[in-house]
Design a protein around this ligand. Structure first.
Ligand code: GAR
Length: 194
């Protein structure tokens, strides 16, 4: 199962997936490319570090969505690279038909909340400000509804009395780093997903 990691920033979740791959924990899944929509994204440095091609691809002029032409270009590139599974790992752009259609049922997203709670931007901040007893993270199929597809895995993170926004965020990130590689390995083990 040829996997593409798409991201926009730090890339700590992409790195967790690459570490799991190095440790032989991804089963039949193999990361064959890193794709960023921000030319200065630290995530691009993971390419040389882990020996995986890393690409900046132009998303078009908008901040949180693709232009239709550039979204079609991303889709063509991923098809040319024979990608089986597209993993949105900190990819801060809405995905629409030009990418969804060729990869229907083959795109997953990581979100730092217990969906359906707190979809959209700043999920951890939303969870913290709502003062709920627990937060967490979710991996789900990507559909046209933002953060709305069926769930593949979820981890709960209780909020401790002495948590700060920073410590709570750190716990959620640690949960993400375990959840995302696990879900990818599970998908690679499903005969229907190959
Ligand atoms: C992660 O917390 C991920 O869940 C979130 O961005 C962060 C990326 O961190 N994604 C979203 O909020 C998507 N809506 P990373 O670049 O260190 O992996």
């Amino acid at each position: 199962m040829r996997v593409a990691l798409l991201g926009s920033g730090r890339g700590s979740n992409a790195e967790a997936v690459l570490r799991a791959q190095q440790a032989g924990q991804l089963g039949a899944a193999q990361v064959v490319g890193i794709y960023c929509d921000i030319p200065t994204a630290p995530m691009l440095a993971l390419g040389p570090k882990y020996g995986v091609p890393a690409h900046y691809l132009d998303p078009g002029p908008f901040k949180t969505k693709f232009s239709p032409e550039q979204e079609a270009f991303w889709a063509r590139t991923l098809v040319e690279h024979r990608i089986d599974l597209v993993v949105l790992a900190g990819f801060m752009r809405v995905v629409k038909a030009p990418l969804l259609e060729p990869f229907a049922g083959r795109i997953i997203n990581l979100h730092p909340t217990l969906l359906p709670a707190f979809p959209g931007l700043d999920g951890i901040g939303q969870t913290w400000r709502a003062n709920v007893p627990e937060g967490g993270c979710t991996v789900h199929w990507v559909t046209a509804e933002v953060d709305g597809g069926a769930h593949l895995g979820q981890t709960k993170v209780p909020r401790a009395a002495d948590d700060t926004p920073e410590s709570f965020a750190q716990k959620i990130h640690a949960a993400e780093h375990a959840l995302l590689p696990r879900v990818i390995a599970e998908l690679a083990a499903r005969p229907a997903s190959r």
